[in-house]
Design a protein around this ligand. Structure first.
Ligand code: BGC
Length: 483
């Protein structure tokens, strides 16, 4: 933020008689000093209004944590509660002795991943992986199309490795959309997220749909486990670090899983597990769909209204990789329309929804150059904004920062609420996976907010990055299923 003092100092430099305009060599006139002064105050004004909209103070953070705890309780009690708190059917954490090799499929965003995971020991896990980009059309067509695409990709993966598709393979399926599991390898899809919306799928068993697609392609595969990515990440981290009790995904979507005592899961009607525990997939993307505590602003509202599922996953829409760029874009568009940014000029690309990629956010946050030259490149060369001033770029950079900070602070609220729910303030590893691996400052911003909320207890919280944990975790789970 530019302070009054900084404005005065900058103007002082302009006033100094030795300073000349670098292009004309002429002394800077009183008029341009006045112009510069006006511009700096205007920038200051815009930034402080944006800060009011995006910054979440400590009182709000506490309110959100408190509401999370109330919602956890309701989700654990009622079957169809908006914060779903889904039993994962995983009742044990790994011992580190789980071995074997498995095919692991991972569907959860832009790419579909097929892996062969070799569990040799917790410190020696080999993964061979192939990514397939999901055709846009398959995301919103009949479900059969998407499941056939997955079966085709598996066939191509097996072929590349000379694995006979008729020989039975065991498989773990990471399916990262809201599913009510009915067993360790079955579960009904009840909602799509992340702008997927395939018809003829809701209420159906996703493993059954996958098996049918395998049958159509004559692939002999046995699905041993159906797993949400957060559960996979928790298990993968717990394989080598038994203190891991929370797995968080911050990718195109967001979600968290944690270890709950079975007696706290009032809605659980199944057998009592020996361990007395069950991993719960919170589906926290749906937190506060009633909009009681979240500081939702006009840009969040607009994004939600334009999405495929208005009113759903509102927490996710404030936090995750698929949406952050869109919040930045909508905020910029608002300023453009008011002629407060880019001299009121946008571009065809910039006007297109979702054109502000999450990678641009990371790059802009990493741009420490005086002229903000990478920001300029992104805005002018990639997004084709006709021209930008340094002041424009400073404003865009601050918007990006504010959106990123808000996301990290909201995520921290969810983590702190889970730590409280488990009574684990004395020590817990929290495994965090996905886009934040490449996003500067994210983990530190989460740490700051956790510190604000927990004070010295925050030292007992070990936040770690993991990479591709879900495929490994799903294979670990598959190896634990005895049939
Ligand atoms: C889905 C979750 C998933 C998360 C992260 C959300 O949109 O509902 O099931 O875990 O994205 O991939």
């Amino acid at each position: 933020m530019i302070s009054e003092k900084m404005v005065k100092n900058i103007l002082q430099v302009f006033k100094s008689s030795k300073i000349k305009n670098k292009y004309s060599g002429k002394r800077i006139s009183k008029h341009s000093i006045q112009e510069e002064k006006k511009r700096l105050y205007a920038e200051e004004d815009i930034l402080s209004k944006l800060e009011d909209i995006f910054i979440i103070g400590p009182v709000k953070l506490r309110q959100i944590v408190h509401h999370f705890l109330e919602e956890f309780r309701k989700g654990l009690e009622y079957d169809d509660y908006s914060l779903a708190m889904l039993p994962s059917f995983v009742t044990k954490l790994p011992t580190g002795q789980e071995l074997g090799n498995f095919i692991s499929l991972d569907l959860g965003g832009t790419n579909f991943k097929v892996c062969k995971v070799y569990l040799e020991n917790p410190y020696q896990i080999r993964v061979q992986q192939k990514k397939f980009s999901i055709p846009e059309t398959a995301k919103n067509a009949d479900g059969e199309r998407l499941f056939d695409f997955m079966a085709d990709s598996v066939e191509s993966f097996l072929k590349d490795r000379n694995i006979n598709k008729e020989k039975e393979q065991e498989l773990g399926f990471t399916f990262s959309f809201p599913v009510r599991q009915t067993g360790i390898n079955s579960g009904e899809l009840y909602l799509w997220s992340k702008e997927f919306n395939c018809s003829n799928t809701k209420g159906k068993d996703v493993v059954m749909m996958l098996n049918e697609a395998f049958k159509r392609n004559k692939i002999n595969i046995k699905v041993k486990a159906l797993v949400n990515d957060t559960v996979g990440i928790l298990m993968a981290s717990a394989y080598s670090d038994p203190q891991t009790f929370i797995g968080v995904v911050l990718g195109e979507g967001t979600n968290a899983a944690y270890v709950e005592k079975i007696e706290n899961i009032a809605k659980w009607k199944g057998p009592q597990p020996e361990s007395g525990k069950m991993i719960i997939n919170t589906e926290w993307g749906s937190f506060d769909e009633e909009k009681l505590v979240l500081p939702i602003n006009k840009f969040d509202e607009l994004l939600d209204q334009n999405s495929l599922d208005p009113g759903k996953h509102v927490f996710e829409k404030m936090i995750s990789g698929f949406y952050l760029g869109e919040i930045v874009r909508l905020t910029c568009l608002y300023l453009i329309n008011k002629k407060l940014l880019f001299k009121g000029q946008s571009s065809i690309i910039f006007n297109k929804p979702n054109s502000f990629d999450i990678q641009y956010l990371s790059r802009i946050e990493r741009d420490y150059s005086i002229e903000l030259s990478d920001t300029k490149l992104i805005l002018q060369d990639l997004l084709l904004i006709p021209s930008t001033t340094l002041s424009d770029r400073r404003i865009v950079r601050r918007i990006v920062e504010l959106v990123g900070i808000r996301s990290a602070r909201l995520t921290a609220c969810g983590v702190v609420a889970l730590l409280n729910q488990m009574n684990k303030l004395d020590g817990c590893t929290v495994a965090v996976d996905n886009f934040i691996n490449d996003y500067p400052h994210f983990i530190n911003r989460m740490r700051d907010a956790i510190h604000e909320l927990l004070g010295s207890f925050s030292e007992n919280v070990n936040l770690i990055h993991t990479k591709d944990g879900s495929s490994v975790g799903t294979s670990i789970i598959a190896s634990m299923v005895n049939e």
